[in-house]
Design a protein around this ligand. Structure first.
Ligand SMILES: [Zn+2]
Length: 248
């Protein structure tokens, strides 16, 4: 079933089909479910985790079209994933409605050093009894963008200014190999979502996102290098192991 990122991708593609095709973006046929070539499709192993926490992706203009985008993977795994295209001059009313929905406590996930200190939080309150503040479900707002774009989006989205900024304290370096920002403390969107799920007390979602990213990376690289999929490699075994813990 199409999810938030696939809808956004389809809409973005419709607006720019000609230039993107001209650049050779889609020479080979792609699976609509996973964006890979059919021989390397990974739809058969797509996991889905029921989570209390949600994710709201704010996507830079071209991001939904990039084959290496990992916001797509977040939308696969986390059922309550929302996605919006970001533009400086206009804001989707549906995004504002989501941020004002009382069931959610939104957090802007961004390095604390860029925010006023009083906005910065390092943790997410555990679920509390009804009637207290932590009864709200955490909604993690992630910038699905390059680092330069993300900084611009953070600065120029006044509707985010009233929200707490969740500053992650990564304990490891990025494992993502399909893009290279030149820094090992720049994490891809799926890795950031996994760290948020960990803070929200959702270890199954965290581990599923990590395992699924490794499987995607393998499929992507093997498609690019025209090698067959190794369905029993460490990445697939790990994903099966994690998926086995999910309620049937
Ligand atoms: Zn597929």
């Amino acid at each position: 079933m199409p999810h938030a990122v696939s809808f956004l991708r389809a809409a973005r593609l419709a607006r720019s089909a000609k230039p993107f095709l001209a650049r050779g973006g889609f020479k080979r046929e792609r699976c609509a479910g996973c964006r890979l070539v059919p021989s390397h499709c990974m739809c058969a192993v797509r996991p889905s985790v029921a989570t209390r926490a949600g994710v709201c992706l704010l996507m830079a203009d071209i991001e939904p079209l990039k084959p290496t985008n990992t916001g797509w993977l977040v939308a696969d795994v986390v059922a309550d994933t929302f996605a919006f295209g970001w533009a400086r001059t206009e804001t989707d009313p549906a995004l504002l409605a989501l941020l004002n929905d009382p069931q959610w406590q939104p957090y802007v996930v961004f390095p604390g050093q860029y925010a006023a200190p009083e906005r910065v939080v390092l943790a997410v309150p555990a679920p509390g009894p009804d009637g207290n503040g932590s009864a709200k479900r955490p909604l993690f707002i992630l910038f699905d963008a390059t680092w330069a774009e993300a900084r611009k989006m953070f600065r120029r989205s006044p509707y985010l200014d009233r929200l707490p900024v969740l500053s992650l304290q990564p304990e490891r370096i990025t494992q993502y190999r399909l893009r290279n920002s030149g820094r090992d403390d720049h994490f891809c969107t799926s890795e950031v979502a996994a760290m948020c799920m960990s803070l929200a007390g959702e270890p199954v979602a965290e581990q599923t996102l990590e395992a699924y990213l490794a499987v995607f990376t393998q499929h992507y690289l093997r498609a690019k290098n025209q090698q067959p999929i190794a369905w029993d490699d460490a990445a697939h075994r790990r994903l099966r192991e994690v998926s086995a813990r999910l309620p049937a």
